[in-house]
Design a protein around this ligand. Structure first.
Ligand SMILES: Cc1cc2nc3c(=O)[nH]c(=O)nc-3n(C[C@H](O)[C@H](O)[C@H](O)COP(=O)(O)O)c2cc1C
Length: 122
């Protein structure tokens, strides 16, 4: 699936990060509004997973994974827990203490989410 996805993403051109672990996915999709929304509709309709939730939808010219057709990270269950807790806290504009996440892509994901959260407050 990843090869097909990366080919599609290159053609459209969509970049981002797909993090998986503990039976969950966290994905950041970056690109122009129409291609991203069209792909997200396909992902939502994909019967290989369920309970798809949008954590943040923020039009932005920034690409944090500009060189990645879809970077892939396998996370430990505890990392998934921390990531989801952090993303949810930032979604509610709460400040969280430092978390034990060290993977550079996952730290970039938190930065991207934070930057988008700030731009949508303004
Ligand atoms: C968690 C998850 C993430 C996915 N991410 C992408 C992606 O980034 N790009 C992509 O083309 N397909 C991705 N897919 C696959 C799409 O859901 C879908 O199967 C694909 O776009 C082909 O759709 P179609 O058969 O309707 O054309 C993802 C699927 C899952 C379950």
């Amino acid at each position: 699936m990843l090869q097909e996805a990366q080919l599609y993403n290159e053609q459209h051109p969509i970049t981002g990060l797909l993090c998986y672990g503990d039976g969950c996915f966290i994905q950041l999709l970056e690109g122009a509004v129409y291609p991203v929304e069209a792909l997200y509709a396909k992902i939502q309709a994909d019967p290989r997973h369920y309970h798809v939730t949008t954590l943040r939808h923020a039009p932005s010219p920034l690409r944090f994974f500009a060189d990645w057709r879809m970077a892939l990270v396998s996370a430990e269950p505890q990392e998934m827990y921390w990531l989801l807790t952090h993303l949810e806290a930032r979604h509610q504009h709460l400040v969280m203490p430092q978390v034990p996440i060290t993977h550079p892509h996952l730290l970039t994901l938190l930065t991207a989410f934070s930057a988008q959260a700030q731009s949508s407050i303004r």
